[in-house]
Design a protein around this ligand. Structure first.
Ligand code: ASP
Ligand code: MG
Length: 462
């Protein structure tokens, strides 16, 4: 049984060497057993940057054709070109500051439809056959929650039929359809989830996630240039890293991959390097596999809260009822029956949060709400932590030695996170990366992106 992409590629190459005839290889493999490689079906996903220009679209088309030539049935899930989803969102907000969710989905879904059709056209121009499909045409049924729908079911019949006719199938990512025929989208970065779900439904042996980074690194290489690319990482660690802010994969895509055991291969659309395999078991159980940061959250503190029964329940049910996500709740030890409660929440939710909490503060007799938007959460993740004591202590010591103050702490079995001031982010990442022995010999060098794209990434903080 072949378990991963490189093994399959290798096996294919060997078979090709032996026969020197692609067609024979394909036939042999198709007839052959249940072997993972015999299915010969691959799902690929291309992010917006990989499709940002006509030239890049043509390169994607060439890559897809090369898979087909090597004997694979190929499905490609595509994101909207460049930053067109952002542009569509801005357009919507310029006519309505709070656009109706259904209409927003109708609009946003068009971004991926542009990509799917131009990729299909580019493939046809290379003399190969392709067909593009919207979420509906690809049978992707979702729940009815607009802007953050979840995939409920995939009817793969039409996709399979097109593949069996020898076409490369291009599917619009990020979108699906409700039972009632309304278009939905899956939340920002949702094309990852579309791809993994299709890979699971089609029983693909690997889902190749192409983007502008060539894998999962021990830290964001644009912030820590000594970061190293990991050859593989476990689902569990990738889940923690994604949730902690590593922008490589959408959290839900990783959850899906884990649930259905779909091996992911995160790699660059701009080169042929092997990327990072995300799978059930990583090659080794590193104590620290990666360090993620997230400066998109704010620290909210409710000061002078009377320390009595039911107060926390009151505060947090109001927040939950407004569908605001929070994390890292800390309640101080009370002094004279008065305490502080702190938690983190996305910066974008702060205005709404203040609005709904102000009456609550009055009602419970607390003193005030203080919001600090300039904080950063730094997380160490590693499956080896489970069996190695002292990781948190070492982390705190490294930060203390660097003169960095810790504002909040939280842990899971394989993660330690701290909240610090945002301006200390780079220093903290660099010091921890060095202290935990993660530094590479060479410096990371960005090559594929334009100056403009690099500036946009830097502005976004990643
Ligand atoms: N185009 C969508 C977004 O920008 C979906 C995706 O890229 O995965 O969020
Ligand atoms: Mg994306």
């Amino acid at each position: 049984m072949l378990k991963n992409a490189s093994e399959c590629d290798e096996a294919l190459l060997n078979m090709k060497k032996n026969t020197n005839n692609n067609d024979v290889v394909c036939c042999d493999l198709k007839i052959d057993s249940n072997d993972a490689c015999a299915r010969m079906l691959i799902v690929t996903k291309f992010g917006g940057t990989s499709l940002a220009t006509a030239e890049r679209v043509i390169n994607v088309a060439k890559r897809l054709v090369s898979y087909q030539v090597r004997g694979y049935q190929v499905v490609a899930v595509v994101s909207a070109m460049g930053k067109s989803t952002d542009d569509l969102l801005a357009l919507a907000r310029s006519v309505n500051h709070d656009p109706p969710a259904r209409e927003l989905d109708q609009l946003l879904a068009t971004g991926e439809q542009v990509s799917m059709s131009v990729v299909a056209m580019a493939i046809e121009a290379l003399g190969h056959r392709a067909v593009s499909m919207t979420g509906r045409q690809a049978g992707i049924l979702t729940t009815t929650v607009h802007n953050k729908a979840r995939i409920a079911q995939i009817n793969t019949e039409r996709v399979r039929h097109e593949l069996d006719c020898g076409r490369i199938v291009i599917v619009a990512g990020f979108q699906g359809i409700t039972e009632d025929g309304d278009i939905t989208t899956l939340g920002r970065g949702g094309s990852d989830t579309s791809a993994v779900a299709l890979a699971a439904a089609l029983d693909a042996y690997v889902c190749e996630i192409y983007s502008d980074v060539d894998g999962v690194y021990t830290a964001d290489p644009r912030v820590v240039p000594r970061a190293q690319k990991l050859p593989s990482i476990s689902f569990e660690e990738m889940l923690e890293l994604s949730a902690a802010g590593a922008g490589v994969l959408q959290v839900r895509a990783v959850e899906f991959a884990r649930k259905f055991d779909v091996t992911l291969h995160c790699r660059s659309a701009f080169c042929d390097n092997h990327g990072t395999l995300v799978q059930e078991k990583a090659m080794e159980n590193a104590i620290v596999s990666g360090i993620a940061y997230d400066n998109s959250e704010a620290k909210v503190t409710i000061r002078g809260v009377p320390d009595s029964q039911g107060i926390a329940a009151e505060v947090f049910s109001v927040i939950a009822n407004s569908h605001i996500n929070i994390d890292m709740i800390v309640q101080n030890v009370s002094e004279n029956g008065i305490t502080d409660i702190s938690f983190t929440t996305p910066v974008g939710e702060c205005a709404k949060l203040r609005r709904i909490l102000e009456p609550v503060v009055v009602k419970i007799g607390a003193r005030e709400i203080v919001i600090d938007e300039h904080v950063s959460k730094i997380s160490l993740v590693g499956a080896g932590m489970r069996t190695t004591p002292g990781i948190a202590a070492k982390m705190f010591k490294v930060l203390a030695d660097g003169g960095i103050n810790i504002l909040m702490i939280s842990t899971s079995a394989i993660r330690v996170s701290v909240v610090i001031s945002e301006q200390a982010t780079t220093d903290a990442l660099t010091a921890l990366h060095t202290a935990f022995g993660l530094n590479a010999k060479e410096m990371f060098e960005e090559t594929a992106l334009s100056a403009e794209e690099l500036a946009a990434k830097a502005a976004k903080g990643r």
